[in-house]
Design a binder for this molecule. Structure first.
Ligand SMILES: [Zn+2]
Length: 203
């Protein structure tokens, strides 16, 4: 990641924030902030592996509840070139695959063209990996995948301005599915990720 492209994204996000003063009132947002800052300690939850190969580093351009397309979502956007290998963050079973989308751009009309993989974990939580390239799924529904296994190739399909991986994790509580923040093993320790930082997979 070059310094100039990092600054481009920081600048871009600032401009978007200025034009968009909405802040999510979701109580989960405040809790995630405390987890990110270490105000709430979490020593017991599962430690996820970053969704790319060991040794690689990528810039997180949007974090949980970022003011942009994530304002109501506990989701993560990792900037990466098309064709970057995507790895499973946790062992599980593939429950959904779409890889026939071949269009993408900054327009809602592209939303249904986004290629993705959804994996269910042993605790019944799920992880979704979005915007994969055409035919970019390297697994099929029903496959068991191991944590760290290469499952797909990143791209720019669906509703997105630039090539990146949109990652989201959900769990169900009392029959309602909702997004959850998860901690990751990084070169900076085990953390809840924050935007505009590079994180290396040091698993
Ligand atoms: Zn996203």
């Amino acid at each position: 990641m070059s310094a100039s492209s990092k600054y481009f994204f920081v600048l871009f996000a600032c401009v978007v924030s200025l034009t968009n003063c909405y802040v999510s009132k979701d109580p989960q947002r405040a809790e995630i902030k405390k987890l990110q800052k270490g105000i709430i300690k979490d020593d017991s939850s599962f430690v996820y592996q970053l969704p790319y190969e060991a040794g690689e580093s990528h810039l997180l351009v949007q974090g949980y509840f970022s003011r942009y397309s994530h304002r109501n979502r506990a989701a993560l956007d990792f900037k990466m070139k098309r064709g970057t290998k995507i790895c499973a963050v946790r062992t599980g079973v593939v429950i959904r695959v779409k890889e026939d989308g071949d269009r993408g751009g900054w327009n809602r009309k592209y939303r249904s063209s986004g290629n993705m993989i959804v994996i269910q974990h042993e605790d019944s939580s799920r992880a979704g990996y979005w915007h994969l390239q055409l035919n970019g799924a390297l697994v099929n529904v029903g496959d068991t995948v191991q944590q760290g296994q290469v499952i797909g190739l990143s791209g720019k399909t669906g509703y997105t301005l630039f090539p990146h991986l949109h990652f989201i994790s959900w769990k169900s509580s009392r029959g309602q599915w909702g997004p959850v923040a998860t901690r990751f093993q990084t070169d900076k320790g085990i953390l809840y990720l924050r935007p505009f930082r590079n994180y290396r997979n040091s698993y």
